[in-house]
Design a protein around this ligand. Structure first.
Ligand code: ADP
Ligand code: MG
Length: 334
């Protein structure tokens, strides 16, 4: 069945579907105009957006001598966020987790798109959602430049785009034997907050590491030329370190007692690996230790040395007693 036939059959598209808004009705185009078209429109010119929302596609005028970095992430209700969260936090978090991948590459963000599937038209929900989009758009001066709107279970797909100087990106490849392994921030903060939210409590830390993850753009940019490889920790420390090692074709040794945990709480290996921290794990030659300490101090951020890159292909987790610990599995969708 062709896509358009299927769409007609299931009546999933909001196209031609008038939605009740009190006594009023609203079609897909009015909805897009009212809730999405002006998000970050103040930044269109400075980001070189020649054709924004409203046409068949967005057109971007590329900056000279830059490389384009693009990433996409889908956030699904009940999997990546709780439906009971404020719509503004759902919006902010969805864009934030997508931006985290750009940050880990050392890119500067420039724009984002939004493909959203919503169950129903709800004025209050949409205006609150728009506020979250505006908050993150203003924080990074990135306009919303396009998207798609459909009817279905709540799901949000954010594509982000940014730029880097040619060849100056941080990737998962490049870790060398003898490099030290570092982690920014504290592990477990987001999960501690999620546990509170699940109990219906507001975040105890007031830091919003789960609802509004802070993306480490400043730090990542400063690590260009210093870090040999980097990855964002979204699926769990050990799992993400394993991805980095596979790409770099090296092994690693990581020390449990050196991993910086939220409120210095002793976390089990499984708890450390729960994911959603959106911190950066990176590797760097030992000779850069001083520079990394300077960055940590100047950015007012904890950057901890947690291990060592070794020959081989295994990630070895070492307990406080110096024993080898079995590697837990991180977040798996399937
Ligand atoms: P088409 O039928 O050509 O796909 P749409 O009606 O889906 O066009 O979209 C019209 C315009 O609105 C396009 O510029 C599209 O990028 C934009 N748009 C649609 N949905 C969204 C959204 N959720 N967020 C941002 N822009 C959107
Ligand atoms: Mg469309």
């Amino acid at each position: 069945m062709a896509a358009w036939e299927l769409q007609g059959y299931l009546n999933l598209s909001l196209n031609n579907l008038t939605l009740q808004k009190g006594q009023e009705t609203l079609n897909e185009h009015q909805l897009i105009k009212e809730y999405f078209s002006d998000v970050g429109s103040a930044y269109l010119a400075e980001q070189g957006i020649k054709v924004p929302i409203g046409d068949d596609a967005a057109i971007i005028s590329l900056p000279r001598e830059k490389e384009s970095v693009i990433s996409v992430d889908t956030s699904i209700s009940g999997v990546h966020f709780l439906e009971t969260m404020e719509p503004s936090d759902i919006a902010y978090r969805s864009v934030s987790v997508a931006l985290s991948d750009l940050a880990a590459c050392g890119a500067t963000p420039a724009w984002f798109t939004l493909a959203i599937s919503i169950k129903e038209y709800d004025l209050k929900w949409l205006s609150d959602f728009k506020q979250g989009l505006k908050d993150i758009s203003n924080e990074f001066k990135i306009p919303l430049i396009g998207g798609d709107t459909t009817k279905g279970h709540l799901s949000i797909t954010i594509q982000v785009g940014g730029y880097i100087d040619p060849g100056k990106t941080l990737t998962r490849k490049g870790a060398n034997v003898g490099d030290l392994i570092y982690i920014t921030g504290y592990i477990g903060e987001a999960m501690a907050e999620l546990d509170q939210l699940k109990l219906g409590k507001s975040s105890s830390s007031n830091k919003n590491r789960y609802l509004r993850p802070k993306i480490r753009f400043g730090v990542a940019e400063r690590l260009l030329g210093i870090a040999s490889s980097a990855i964002d920790i979204s699926d769990g420390v050990f799992q993400d370190l394993d991805h980095l090692c596979k790409e770099s074709k090296v092994g690693a040794e990581i020390f449990l007692k050196k991993i910086p945990t939220f409120l210095s709480k002793a976390l089990s290996v499984k708890e450390i690996n729960r994911g959603d921290d959106y911190e950066i794990l990176f590797t760097s030659a030992e000779s850069n230790k001083g520079k990394i300490n300077d960055i940590a101090r100047e950015e007012n951020l904890s950057i901890c040395e947690v291990g060592l890159i070794k020959k081989g292909s295994k990630v070895e987790i070492i307990s406080a007693e110096g024993k080898l610990v079995e590697t837990p599995s991180g977040y798996q969708h399937f």
